[in-house]
Ligand binder design. Structure first.
Ligand SMILES: [Zn+2]
Length: 483
């Protein structure tokens, strides 16, 4: 079983493939409609853009290559590129439409594979280099897209479908999210399946479908991960997320890599080897990990240790709750992870190490320090509220009040909010104790108190320790709402 996080997860912002909206204050909301179409072979994408009654003087993308890829089709409307990604108009655009097309074949040669990649007849495409937006946008703006696709072509997106379509075209509402949040759209001839959660459906696109001999394998694997994640508080944390399952046959593992993104809505990409046996898929932790990222909003860079900590903590305890791991296995994973975290220590404190994580490759220290602090928070919540609250219930409370805001949270704002919702100080005291600390959080004594005994590296669970009952409750599968 893969138990470390060297198969790296990239929940965190990817600056270069960011979805590109800035958010200064604006006087009135923008009413913006895209009409997107493409050809059968996906050689180009044509965008008709209609704006409402707020005057627009310029548009921008996030790629300096956009200028080389774009052909302006509204000759009557004068524009020029102020830089590779900024269009300026001679007179304001207001209650009008413009049209342009983007050369996707040239884009493939020019841009990184994270922005455009072809898999057989399917194309994964970041909207960041071709879906131009006005310079100033805000969360309140109404941005919609309508798609006209060749017969038989599928489309996958994190955008939410607008209900009540009565023509053949598909309409979407695009959430305005910060510039540096990434997203991927998929166009092509793939199958989309639905995975049911209690309160929503996951829209799963099987990219390059012919490679998937058994769709059922993918279904069973994702259903298991949904079941684990739903056991936290009885409902799936977000509505209708986009899931892309992308074949990666060179991988010796069933699941090679996973990545969550929040640009324009919630999306997760999995790279898998569909030829590996179902048992390997079901044994893998990545799906539970990536779906657990959806419990939290996007955090600032410093917050990476906590978002990875929560996902790593839950990938183990939620799978134990629903019987996908034994309780012993889950605590063994956590103990082994803490050891790897301790071995990965450096002279930097947790905050500095997180800010330098990609340069220093200090993943083990960051992920497992975050897991240790998440475990501590869960225990403290249970003790300080005499069982009234735990991490699951707090995340549910947060989800109900605050998580729909598609804005980035600073870690300290999130912790203050958590303490306010819990009505007891748990997260900020832990932050003050550990963010500036150069030592791995003190877990040895804590595990002993929980009845997690280790002899020659092997974990056994004891029921007579001071916090054994709390340990038992952490992996207990109880109905939501019960104490
Ligand atoms: Zn992660």
């Amino acid at each position: 079983m893969m138990t470390d996080n060297r198969k790296s997860c990239n929940f965190i912002v990817q600056l270069m493939i960011g979805f590109f909206w800035s958010m200064p204050l604006v006087a009135t909301t923008i009413n913006f409609k895209y009409h997107i179409s493409t050809d059968k072979a996906l050689t180009q994408v044509t965008v008709k853009l209609c704006v409402g009654d707020r005057a627009i003087y310029g548009l921008r993308s996030t790629s300096r290559h956009s200028q080389k890829l774009l052909t302006w089709l509204s000759k009557e409307f004068q524009m020029h590129f102020a830089s590779g990604n900024r269009i300026k108009f001679k007179q304001a655009l207001k209650n009008q439409c413009i049209k342009y097309k983007i050369d996707l074949v040239a884009a493939e040669k020019m841009l990184a594979r994270s922005l455009i990649t072809r898999f057989g007849t399917d194309l994964l495409l970041s909207p960041s280099f071709w879906l131009f937006l006005p310079n100033n946008t805000s969360e309140k703006d109404q941005v919609r897209a309508t798609l006209s696709l060749p017969k038989g072509m599928s489309f996958s997106t994190p955008w939410q479908k607008i209900a009540g379509d009565n023509d053949n075209r598909i309409h979407y509402r695009i959430k305005i999210t910060p510039d540096n949040w990434s997203s991927l759209l998929a166009f092509g001839y793939f199958k989309i399946i639905k995975i049911k959660a209690d309160n929503t459906n996951l829209r799963v696109a099987l990219i390059n479908e012919l490679r998937f001999k058994t769709v059922n394998k993918i279904k069973l694997w994702l259903q298991a991960a949904v079941k684990a994640v739903t056991s936290a508080y009885g409902q799936f944390p977000v509505h209708n997320p986009q899931i892309l399952v992308i074949p990666s046959s060179s991988s010796g593992q069933a699941v090679r890599f996973g990545q969550a993104s929040q640009g324009g809505g919630h999306g997760i990409q999995f790279y898998v080897n569909p030829n590996r046996p179902i048992e390997e898929f079901l044994d893998d932790w990545i799906a539970a990990h990536e779906l657990s990222h959806l419990f939290l909003p996007e955090l600032d860079h410093e917050g990476t240790w906590f978002s990875e900590g929560v996902a790593t903590y839950y990938q183990n305890i939620l799978r134990a709750r629903v019987g996908q791991l034994s309780k012993q296995q889950a605590w063994q994973e956590i103990y082994d992870g803490f050891l790897r975290g301790m071995q990965g220590m450096s002279s930097k404190n947790l905050r500095q190490a997180t800010l330098n994580m990609y340069r220093d490759h200090s993943y083990m220290r960051i992920y497992w320090s975050g897991t240790a602090i998440t475990l501590m928070a869960d225990i403290e919540l249970r003790i300080k509220t005499r069982g009234r609250l735990n991490l699951d219930k707090l995340l549910k409370k947060f989800n109900n009040c605050c998580s729909s805001q598609m804005t980035e949270w600073s870690l300290t704002d999130l912790f203050r909010k958590f303490d306010e919702l819990a009505n007891v100080p748990v997260f900020m005291p832990l932050y003050r104790r550990y963010a500036q600390s150069k030592k791995f959080p003190a877990t040895t004594g804590l595990l002993t108190k929980l009845g997690v005994e280790v002899v020659k590296g092997k974990v056994t669970l004891k029921n007579a320790a001071a916090l054994s009952e709390i340990r038992r409750r952490i992996t207990e599968n109880k109905k939501p709402g019960t104490p």
